[in-house]
Every structure is written in structure tokens, then in C-alpha cells.
Write a protein that binds this ligand. Sequence first.
Ligand code: RP5
Length: 167
Amino acid sequence: MTDTTAPAPLVSIIMGSDSDWPTMRPAAEILDELEIPFEADVVSAHRTPDKMVRFGRAAAGRGIRVVIAGAGGAAHLPGMVASLTTLPVIGVPVQLARLDGLDSLLSIVQMPAGIPVATMAINGSANAGLLAARIIGSSEPAVAERLAEYATRLEQVVERKAAALRD
Ligand code: RP5
């Protein structure tokens, strides 16, 4: 049954295959931690092209503010979705067994002028979650505040580790 009390998602995490989920999960974990409602689904540029077009055209109207799109190999999903919406699209190159993810990175990063995709590092989905949060935080002070707290916690972890090293 659909939970009608759940807040509407602001971020959509899509990926070319369910096999991408372990790589994309850190984006979901970051958004959870920052209390940003999100949704996650498999949308394939090649295997479910009609679904991709429907998704891209409807996302903004459904209240989505940022799309995070992960794909591996011939990774056309982020660029194709960016061509179907004016929402910011963050691409995550997923590393597959061959070519070390370089194929995914290059096929996402080399967009033609006019259709931007913010490309993360290979398997860099945690930063995709953080970038999505920053985009939302630029107009929502509560999210910006949680991002500042996240940065402070990160700093404390690094300092604790450095102290342990010195002891
Ligand atoms: C891409 O093909 C997906 O994004 C995935 O990274 C890759 C392999 O998909 P599976 O064969 O594991 O479903 O479209």
C-alpha cells in the first residue's frame, strides 16, 4: 500500500540496472542522513527507452528537483535524461568488470554543449547525494544547515583518525 503520509521525493535516483544499486546506494544513504526525501528506480536508456522518456518529461512536474543517474558501460542514461528535462542531472559512472569504469566515465562526461550533466567520479555516488543536497540547500536553509553539520562531523572524524595516528 502507498504511504500517503510520506513526503514527496525531491531527488530521484535512477540507474540503468538493478546491478548498479550497490554502487548507487551511498547516494541514498547520504540523502537519508540529510533528511531529503528521495525515490529510487531502474530506468534504462537502452532496455526501457519509453520509460526513460516518460520519466524525463514528467520528473519536474512531479516535484523532483534533482536527478541522480547512474549507469555503466555505454552509459547514456544521464545524458539522455538531461536532454528530456531542465532539472539538474548528476551522472554517476558505474565501474563494470571491464575497462575499469573509464568507458562509463567518458560516455557520461563528454556531453555536447547545451545539455549539461554534472559528472561525478567513477562510483562516486556519495558525492552525487551531497551535490544534490547542496543544490536543494541553496534554497532551503534547513538543508544547508544539515550540510554544515555533516561537514563538521567529517572534519571531526578526520581529526580523530589523525590523533590516533599520532598516539
Ligand atoms: C548498464 O549496463 C547498466 O547501468 C549497468 O551498469 C550495465 C550492466 O547491466 P546488467 O547487465 O548488469 O543488467 O546499462
